[in-house]
Ligand binder design. Structure first.
Ligand SMILES: Cc1cc2nc3c(=O)[nH]c(=O)nc-3n(C[C@H](O)[C@H](O)[C@H](O)COP(=O)(O)OP(=O)(O)OC[C@H]3O[C@@H](n4cnc5c(N)ncnc54)[C@H](O)[C@@H]3O)c2cc1C
Length: 469
């Protein structure tokens, strides 16, 4: 059942740090600050975590080869990338070591490849190399013969977009952090070194506030500081998910030559064994409208077939969209306000899944520079999260799993029970899907919905009868 944020347990307490928002950035932030010894409270306005920008992305673990050299984004991407590879085995997080190819489709684009190599090297990504069209087609025979040339980026990988932040936050909780969902920050006052935070569930006291509110970061900042140093300009990205049969058509992540606005339409395998085509880059007013439309999906389909002709013979299993918290600036907007014990973490636009661990370490250093210190946890707890990636041993292959409920994605009763219990239990079907992949396969829940509904009865804050997001 939902957290009980009105409980007296947090009402009278004074937290070192309140993290507002549990997207991937807030989850990584909570983990870092908790492991460093701070008393952390995470406040999330939605019924469940990962309900904003972090619910729909491409899940690429970027090397930062194409980031702006010397930018904060480049620094955080590379620090995040390194830390992810360091902690992945301990946290049982997967990596699909696909590598990427930046493909030029005409002579003009081929001319730009030299600049991409130079930029990668300036960003210390030195293992990039040019491939001729012949080399390219040997490496990726499924690619259209129209491919002109490419740059290979061997260490661009694919990860799990949801288990990753979920595991970060669970690790924070298991080491002492508190998370309150369904708790929106409405206003706050800072006086005598303390924040009094008003939520829809009562008042909370904390010494430092870290704004990780993603698509609502600027509005929150206006409330808390009276003004915001950035303005969120939502940018939607729609995706097509092809059936698992399509994933054998390519190994690498296929990237276009990027432009100023977007990295462009990507074709890549997912960690769950599907094949993804997307995202678009559509400016919009709404911070919440993650709907898809038939014309755009058709255009994505055409693009996918143009890049990999054989895709025309594979079916689409699902569609989705995510919204980037873009701003008027290209770089991240991370800013400490020492006199107000406040750190703003805004505009984590299109690389936040990779950069989250790096952002969290960067912000912790800013927090230390504001005069704060804690005693690091020596023997921290490592959460036990069941992996969903194809490459890791799934629960269905082990005894005592209670049987398979979702046959398309091989989700067991044990996995669903685990996702519905514990300190970060799913509060909605969307949350359950992100924790288990139940209903996300070929039949989209046609066969397992009845059993799921029986298992979830009276256990979700948002009942199964409400529309999915
Ligand atoms: C189409 C697309 C493709 C992408 N591809 C990649 C990729 O391949 N690789 C990569 O590394 N990154 C990628 N990203 C980027 C990544 O997904 C984002 O950078 C990241 O999700 C931003 O996370 P966040 O935590 O800053 O924001 P969010 O996920 O939006 O989290 C903010 C949270 O704050 C909560 N909140 C807001 N206001 C309040 C309030 N007042 N009180 C309490 N809670 C509040 C919200 O409910 C939300 O849960 C992609 C993004 C998109 C959209």
């Amino acid at each position: 059942m939902p957290d009980d944020p009105s409980s007296d347990r947090i009402a009278g307490e004074e937290f070192d740090v309140v993290v507002i928002g549990s997207g991937v950035v807030g989850c990584a932030m909570a983990r870092r600050f908790t492991l460093e010894g701070a008393r952390v409270l995470v406040l999330e306005k939605a019924a469940d975590i990962l309900d904003g920008a972090s619910k729909g992305n491409s899940a690429i673990l970027h090397t930062g080869f194409d980031a702006e050299p010397g930018s904060l984004e480049q620094h955080c991407i590379q620090a995040g990338y390194e830390e992810y590879l360091q902690v992945k085995d301990e946290l049982n997080l997967p990596v699909l070591e696909s590598g990427a190819l930046v493909v030029a489709w005409n002579a003009a684009e081929a001319e730009m490849l030299g600049g991409i190599v130079d930029k990668a090297r300036a960003n210390s990504v030195r293992d990039v190399q040019h491939l001729s069209s012949a080399q390219l087609l040997v490496k990726e025979p499924g690619l259209s013969k129209k491919a002109f040339a490419a740059v290979e980026v061997p260490r661009e990988f694919v990860i799990d977009p949801w288990t990753t932040p979920y595991t970060y936050l669970l690790q924070a909780i298991e080491n002492g952090a508190t998370v309150k969902r369904d708790t929106a920050v409405i206003d706050a006052d800072f006086a005598a070194g303390l924040w009094q935070i008003e939520t829809n569930r009562g008042k909370i006291t904390a010494r430092t506030v870290i704004n990780c509110a993603g698509l609502y970061g600027d509005l929150l900042e206006q409330k808390l500081l009276g003004q915001s140093a950035f303005e969120i300009r939502p940018r939607k990205g729609q995706f097509l998910v092809f059936d698992k049969s399509a994933s054998r058509l390519i190994d690498s992540i296929i990237l276009p030559v990027p432009n100023e606005i977007t990295k462009g339409i990507v074709v890549c395998r997912t960690i769950f064994g599907n094949l993804l085509v997307g995202p678009t880059a559509e400016e919009q007013q709404s911070r919440d409208d993650a709907s898809v439309d038939a014309n755009t999906l058709q255009a994505l389909h055409n693009k996918g077939v143009e890049i990999i002709p054989e895709l025309a013979n594979h079916s689409v299993t699902a569609t989705y969209a995510g919204i980037r918290p873009a701003t008027e600036f290209k770089d991240y907007c991370i800013q400490p306000y020492a006199e107000q014990n406040y750190i703003s973490v805004g505009g984590i636009r299109s690389t936040g899944l990779t950069a989250a661990l790096g952002i969290a370490s960067h912000v912790f250093r800013l927090y230390q520079a504001m005069g704060n210190s804690h005693n690091q946890i020596d023997n921290f707890v490592v959460p036990d999260v069941l992996p969903l990636a194809e490459s890791l041993e799934r629960n269905w292959s082990k005894p005592g799993n209670g049987g398979i409920v979702c046959h398309c994605e091989l989700v067991t009763r044990h996995e669903i029970e685990q996702a519905l219990s514990g300190p970060l239990a799913a509060n909605s079907l969307a949350g359950l899907k992100r924790r288990t992949r139940a209903t996300m396969g070929r039949c989209q829940g046609f066969y397992c919905s009845a059993e799921l509904s029986e298992m979830c009865a009276n256990r979700l804050q948002i009942p199964l009868s409400e529309p999915l997001t």
